[in-house]
Design a protein around this ligand. Structure first.
Ligand SMILES: Cc1cc2nc3c(=O)[nH]c(=O)nc-3n(C[C@H](O)[C@H](O)[C@H](O)COP(=O)(O)OP(=O)(O)OC[C@H]3O[C@@H](n4cnc5c(N)ncnc54)[C@H](O)[C@@H]3O)c2cc1C
Length: 238
């Protein structure tokens, strides 16, 4: 474990492990991920881990589309078995309004460069899945790239990819406190204190340090910048 890092990531869930994967591919070095227990120790352990592109927010749809492509890449890179299953799925439209929204969603798919999704009629839906009573349905949006994966295998594959590029993955080391320091942050952990230029909080929704994250850091995707909210600096971390 180094005493100085360019970036420290807090949390070894699916979000935490995917960040060093991206950073090391953008030629960032000295990246450390710190996990209080084991990888997949919290939410991701419980996930059904279904994935789909369709979303009312086009930005989220683009992010989800990117992620599905990323899973394919990660699987092809051979860092582990993600258990990827592309089952395909239909999103139904039970009202005229929802049917209109499915048309809009299809347009979003096209802008994302995805030409495999298509609108399907109630008869096609019934043929795809005979147990569905398609009466009263206006139609649906079928996306063959919907599916599910093994969240444990995927988290470990991201971590293996990060380790292969010399990111440090440190387990059984809870982050206890964060303090602004010259040129970055002083990160107090159970094992030792680390100085980092940038900190990314990926500790999930549930730990008490989520409020600390909201008060102390604003993490900007793309630039991975952290910033202090002055009035909340030096808040306690649990
Ligand atoms: C029942 C259930 C079903 C779900 N189904 C789906 C689904 O089908 N599809 C889907 O996309 N999503 C699903 N989700 C949501 C998905 O699981 C979460 O969005 C995702 O796991 C969040 O990942 P994360 O990395 O942000 O958080 P987490 O998995 O919670 O990871 C956070 C990590 O941070 C660590 N940590 C916390 N505090 C500290 C600290 N102080 N120091 C060091 N480490 C720390 C924790 O130990 C943990 O490992 C589901 C969730 C649940 C609960």
């Amino acid at each position: 474990m180094r005493s100085h890092d360019h970036v420290v990531l807090i949390g070894g869930g699916i979000v935490g492990v995917s960040v060093p994967y991206h950073l090391t591919r953008a030629d960032w070095s000295d990246v450390a991920l710190i996990e209080r227990s084991e990888l997949t120790g919290r939410s991701i352990w419980h996930a059904a881990a279904g994935f789909h592109v369709v979303n009312a927010d086009p930005t989220i749809a683009a992010l989800q589309s990117h992620t599905i492509g990323l899973y394919r890449d990660l699987q092809a890179e051979g860092h582990g078995n993600l258990g990827l299953k592309f089952t395909g799925a239909v999103t139904f439209a039970g009202t005229a309004q929802h049917w209109e929204w499915r048309h809009a969603a299809l347009a979003s798919f096209r802008t994302l460069g995805q030409d495999k999704a298509r609108l399907v009629s109630p008869d096609e839906i019934a043929a795809m899945c005979p147990i569905i009573g398609a009466g009263g349905i206006h139609g649906g949006l079928f996306d063959p790239d919907d599916g599910y994966l093994d969240p444990y295998g995927t988290t470990h594959a991201f971590a293996a990819a990060a380790r292969a590029t010399e990111a440090d993955v440190i387990l059984h080391n809870r982050v206890l406190a964060l303090h602004p320091a010259a040129g970055g942050w002083r990160v107090e952990t159970e094992q030792r204190t680390i100085y980092a230029e940038q900190v990314v909080n990926a500790a999930g929704l549930w730990p008490r340090c989520r409020s600390w994250a909201a008060r102390r850091l604003s993490v900007v995707w793309g630039g991975c910048r952290s910033a202090t909210v002055p009035s909340w600096a030096n808040a306690a971390v649990n």
